[in-house]
Design a protein around this ligand. Structure first.
Ligand code: GLP
Length: 261
């Protein structure tokens, strides 16, 4: 079962996960992080940046792989995930740019881009800790409902609901690309530790389906139930539709501190 942690704020969520990431890097200087975009992981990046400011740590060896990228945005486009990762993760955390990878969404080389990305992750020894958000449709990365649990990095079509959700980042809804290249659910499941975060009432049903619903490709988030080490960090609103909430609180309250997350 995934471990469910309910926190009182995004800030607490960020601090909890950042402490775990920091411990990982302290133990393994070339830790491989799985990086998510979107608004959800921002408190983790903010807490990590703060932690490195207060108590400097050599992060020059840290490697990273982003989950996904839009297809066809011009190089340097402000909303391309390569730029977002650079702005929100590489720069504030002081990571080494050429050690952080984002799938290549350039149209010209798209056919081989998925296999190339898989090879790079494998060559790095796999992802140690994968940060994840979840879409309203239940998507992980951009694996929309119906995605195979065995899928690897490949080109996908964005669900209209996801395009609409992401329109807030673009000048007009039309500008949101229709395609993306995303790690597959199979890729994500190979990471050694999954940390899924969700905040707000609009994520509550996707979280209930992922954590407690049947394991089904119709709910990509439910793939977490097939993984041996998953931590789900939620605020009260995102946790609101979970049936076993009392048990999750009880388990967390009684967890030995040495176990970490
Ligand atoms: C985006 C990303 C996902 C992200 C999800 C939720 O489109 N491709 O990786 O987890 O949708 O986004 P947010 O965290 O902004 O709610």
């Amino acid at each position: 079962m995934a471990e469910i942690v309910i926190v009182d704020s995004k800030r607490s969520a960020g601090e909890l996960v950042a402490a775990s990431v920091r411990r990982l890097i302290e133990a393994k200087a070339d830790t491989v992080l799985g990086l998510a975009t979107g608004s959800t992981p921002l408190p983790v990046y903010a807490a990590l940046a703060e932690s490195f400011r207060r108590n400097p740590l050599d992060v020059s060896g840290v490697r990273g792989f982003a989950l996904d990228e839009y297809v066809g945005l011009a190089r340097g486009h402000f909303e391309s995930y390569r730029e977002v990762i650079s702005r929100e993760v590489i720069q504030p955390l002081g990571l080494t740019p050429n050690r952080i990878h984002v799938p290549n969404g350039a149209a010209e080389t798209l056919q081989g881009a998925g296999a190339d990305y898989e090879r790079s992750i494998e060559a790095a020894g796999g992802v140690d800790l994968q940060l994840l958000g979840i879409g309203r449709t239940g998507h992980l990365g951009f694996n929309e409902p119906g995605s195979s649990f065995a899928s690897l990095t490949r080109v996908k079509t964005l669900a209209p609901a996801s395009r609409a959700d992401n329109a807030r980042f673009f000048a007009t809804p039309e500008e949101v690309p229709r395609h993306c290249i995303t790690q597959g659910l199979g890729t994500i499941r190979r990471a050694r530790h999954l940390v899924l975060l969700a905040f707000g009432a609009e994520k509550a049903s996707a979280i209930a389906a992922a954590v407690e619903g049947p394991v089904t490709a119709s709910q990509p988030g439910s793939a977490i139930q097939l993984h041996e080490h998953v931590t789900v960090v939620l605020d009260e609103e995102a946790a609101a539709e979970l049936a076993n909430l009392d048990f999750y609180r009880y388990s967390w309250a009684n967890k030995p501190a040495w176990q970490g997350i």
